[in-house]
Design a protein. Structure first.
Ligand SMILES: *Cc1c(COP(=O)(O)O)cnc(C)c1O
Length: 380
């Protein structure tokens, strides 16, 4: 397989544009010097704009999960409770991290179905200390009701941790307005940088709580990160090439502007949904009025008449990579990302090729309907 020119339309990692790749070739600098402080400061400021927050931004050399662990691990004691709504794989990850650091109260829905807010409220009523929820559940292509959960957390004086790893920088996320105490972003998703870096926003309330938490991760001690950040540094040696990549990715996002960026992501996902509809492919998630289809990844049922592995193989022969389902959804669903610095042509070529593959297998009969539907959304 030629990895140089395979278009990866999966929900992260996403293709990294040359401008960002080139930024990583800059010289390695002293992480205790002025140049690093400038780089660090610029990233923090641009992230604050993207998160729409006045909270502190801390930057971690670790993938998205490091941000999830930092959030839960710094905010709950062994005898405390974190409510973890689960309707997909990443919700399960919060549940598992919660169990490691304290008590988790999982509020489980079937994957792809809405979170039961009444049960979240009941668990908070019983005195839970925090709630940790995935905003955009990548495994099922669904947006969860962060604003409503934020309100519930406030009402019960609990902390709100939100995985915004595949929403921040792609979908609307209002960290301050929603009362998110710790929000998390991963570099390989909506900002379109390489993997291995996470950004978290931390509220004053969260920092206050950390003073009373006695066992917390060492490398991911957010108090230590905050202390260093105030000097324009990280406590341990950061991944300098990734910081350069992230700086460039943030500059690109800033040049585009957040509203335009959100619009582009929404249009990309809407085009995939329109094409699916026209080809008779069913959506996988079942959002209600408070949740919604994701703007950054579309999860669809594998249509009868073809196996996912076959679809994937034939797409890959044309140098386009699509994603399957995770865990029990393997073979049942497939996912197409509209994430990062993609453009309409990436969506169109993906749909075109998908339609060709499905047509060849007799799965779609009205050849051309999918690409026409996608094209009309993107031209609008
Ligand atoms: C990708 C992703 C993560 C983090 O995964 P890493 O592999 O640690 O970067 C967490 N949550 C969601 C919703 C994701 O999509």
């Amino acid at each position: 397989m030629n990895i140089e020119d395979t278009l990866i339309m999966i929900p992260g990692p996403v293709p990294v544009v040359p401008r960002i790749l080139r930024a990583m070739a800059k010289p390695v600098i002293n992480h205790r010097g002025e140049e690093f402080a400038d780089l660090f400061g610029e990233c923090r400021a641009l992230f604050a704009d993207m998160f729409q927050t006045k909270n502190d931004i801390l930057l971690l050399s670790g993938s998205g999960t490091s941000g999830m662990e930092a959030a839960v691990g710094n905010l709950i004691n062994r005898d405390e409770t974190v409510v973890t709504p689960v309707n997909g794989k990443f919700g399960e990850r919060f549940r598992d991290i919660g169990r490691l650091y304290g008590n988790a109260v999982p509020i489980e829905s079937e994957w792809g179905y809405p979170i039961d807010l009444d049960r979240v409220a009941a668990a908070l009523e019983e005195g839970a200390d925090a709630v940790a929820m995935v905003h955009n559940e990548t495994s099922v292509g669904m947006l969860n009701p962060a604003k409503e959960v934020g309100k519930l957390a406030r009402k019960h004086d609990a902390l709100f941790i939100m995985d915004g790893i595949t929403s921040i920088g792609g979908s609307e996320v209002l960290v301050d307005e929603w009362g998110v105490d710790i929000a998390i972003l991963g570099s390989q998703k909506c900002i379109g940088a390489p993997p291995g870096f996470a950004a978290v926003s931390v509220s004053k309330r969260a920092f206050e709580k950390m003073e009373d938490v006695h066992t917390f991760p060492y490398y991911l001690d957010l108090k230590a990160h905050k202390k260093s950040a105030d000097k324009g540094q990280t406590p341990y040696t950061p991944s300098i090439p990734l910081f350069y990549a992230v700086q460039e990715a943030l500059r690109i996002a800033h040049e585009e502007g957040l509203p335009a960026r959100m619009q582009r992501h929404a249009a990309g996902a809407a085009a995939v949904r329109a094409a699916a509809g026209a080809m008779g492919i069913e959506m996988f998630p079942e959002p209600d009025e408070l949740s919604g289809y994701s703007d950054t990844v579309t999860a669809m049922k594998v249509p009868p008449g073809i196996a996912f592995d076959q679809m994937k193989k034939e797409m890959l022969a044309h140098k386009i990579l699509i994603a399957g389902g995770q865990a029990h959804l393997k073979g049942n669903i497939f996912r197409i990302g509209s994430m990062g610095n993609f453009g309409p042509k990436d969506i169109l070529i993906t749909i075109q090729m998908l339609e060709s593959v499905l047509h060849r297998h007799g799965v779609v009969s009205d050849f051309g309907a999918g690409i026409e539907a996608a094209g009309s959304v993107l031209a609008a």
